[in-house]
Every structure is written in C-alpha cells, then in structure tokens.
Design a protein around this ligand. Structure first.
Ligand SMILES: Nc1ncnc2c1ncn2[C@@H]1O[C@H](COP(=O)(O)OP(=O)(O)OP(=O)(O)O)[C@@H](O)[C@H]1O
Length: 256
C-alpha cells in the first residue's frame, strides 16, 4: 500500500471535511464481491484519478456514492455528510457524469439544462443565469439553442459536465468521462476538469483506465478486482515501478 491512510471520517465541521471519504466499503452482487474494504480520501480542490481496468469496481463504487445502491458495509461521506445518514445533504454536494449519456438528444442544450435545474429545485430565473454561467465554463455558450444530437461527442461530454455543475456541487464524479472520444476531445475534457478544480472550488474523482490521462501530481487510487492496491501521488506510485504503467502491472501481478 502506497501513500498515507485515509483522513478521519468525521471532522465535526463539514466546512473542513474532505470532499469525499470512503472508509472500509465493501459490496457484493451475490457471490461476486465487487468491492473489498475500500478506503481512500479525496481532498478538497484535488484531482483524484480512480484508476482501474474493467471489472475493478469503479462503477459499483460510484453507484454506492450516489446512493443508486445502498452501502451496507463501511462509510461514505461527501463534504462531511454521511451518505446513508444524511443522503440529501451528501447528494446536494455531488455532481455526476455517468458513463451512460444523461442528456435528451431531442432537446436543445438550454431545454436539457432547464429540466435538470428544475430537478435540483433551482427556480426559473436563477436557473437561466446559472445555465449561461455553466455553458460559458465549458465553452458551449454559443450552442445553447442547438439540439444536443447535433453536438460532437466531446461537446456532449462537456455539456454533461455543465449539467453536473448546475447546482454548484463540491465534488464531481466522472465515470470514464473520456471514453469513446478522440484524442483532441479527450484532452479538452481533461483540461476542462482540471480548470474547474483550479477556478470553481470543486474537487473531482475521475474514474479511468487510461494511464496517460494522469499527471505526476495527481492523486491516484489504484483499484483492482475490488481492492485498493495503492493510493497517493501518481509520481510516488510510479516511482515503485519506473513509470505508472510498470507500477500498475507490477502491483496487479501482471509484470513480465
Ligand atoms: N449488477 C451486477 N450484478 C452482478 N455483478 C455485477 C453487477 N455490477 C457489477 N458486477 C460485477 O462487479 C465487478 C465490478 O464491476 P464494475 O462494473 O463496478 O467495474 P468497473 O471498474 O466499473 O468496470 P467497467 O470499466 O467495465 O465498467 C465485476 O466483476 C462485475 O462483473
């Protein structure tokens, strides 16, 4: 295990709590144990990569954080709010970009975002202002009245990030947000997420299996077959194997 142990679960003061604390979380689907005692922390203002190949348990973990599944073992806290005991508070602080598309392609960007703002209980007038704001953040202000179907794959991903930002979340969860995009669109999505962290007071947990999306100073949680094999700065994990890919292969027992 690389890196420091997770921060204490409760700080008493949500303002000072990490963006996300996952402590000893396990989850099974019948005989399949998808997560085994998973613990890690996402600090405020941090880009944390959840690195894992297919079947690592990334989507299961996201489903527990977003309360799609109920976690029966371990604790999850978003910005200091326990996801089970205070789900409303925890979910209000989460913005989610799922693997599956969340926008209605028959509607315009504006219509999609109005709908999601209403779901979050944002009144019409502030919603219009916030929609303009988030579209500017993701560089899609000029596409507001375009049908979502007419946007490129990369623009759709950025639109989904805009949707996830509507209610000013403290933590963005992104599940393979760059999957299916070409090299340039991938780079744009990554740069956008990093920019949001620097300027918009948000943290991110970015699930990926693509090593070259990770920068040396990023925090990494290496999840493999439901277990955290390493956590800490990417460069310190990489140091164990020469580079991140070699360290990954060695830690997962796949080194030649
Ligand atoms: N609904 C389910 N029923 C049964 N088994 C499941 C279910 N969802 C996930 N699993 C199993 O749990 C394990 C973790 O799957 P999960 O989808 O969380 O991994 P992942 O890291 O997100 O992979 P991928 O990148 O392929 O989505 C796998 O062995 C998977 O087969």
């Amino acid at each position: 295990m690389t890196g420091s142990p997770g921060a204490p679960l409760t700080s008493g003061a949500p303002d000072l709590a990490p963006a996300l604390v996952v402590a000893d979380v396990s989850h099974s689907f019948g005989e399949v144990q998808a997560l085994k005692g998973v613990s890690f922390t996402v600090a405020r203002g941090a880009f944390t990569a959840l690195l894992g190949v297919n079947g690592a348990g990334k989507t299961t973990l996201f489903s527990l954080i977003t309360r799609l599944y109920d976690s029966t073992s371990g604790t999850i806290a978003v910005a200091g709010f326990d996801a089970r005991r205070a789900p409303g508070e925890a979910l209000a602080r989460l913005g989610v970009v799922f693997q599956t598309r969340a926008l209605d392609t028959d509607l315009t960007l504006r219509q999609n975002l109005r709908y999601h703002a209403a779901l979050h209980g944002i009144a019409r007038r502030p919603a219009e202002a916030r929609i303009a704001e988030v579209l500017a953040l993701v560089d899609l202000a000029d596409r507001i009245d375009q049908r979502t179907a007419a946007l490129s794959g990369g623009q759709q991903r950025r639109a989904e990030i805009a949707r996830a930002l509507l209610h000013r979340p403290e933590l963005l969860l992104l599940d393979e947000a760059t999957a299916g995009l070409d090299v340039r669109a991938r780079a744009e999505v990554l740069a956008l997420v990093r920019r949001l962290i620097r300027h918009e007071n948000v943290s991110a947990l970015f699930a990926t299996h693509v090593m070259d999306e990770i920068e040396p100073a990023d925090n990494v949680v290496l999840l493999h077959r439901g277990e955290v094999l390493a956590r800490g700065r990417a460069d310190s994990i990489a140091a164990a194997g020469g580079d991140l890919t070699s360290a990954f292969l060695s830690l997962t027992g796949q080194a030649a």
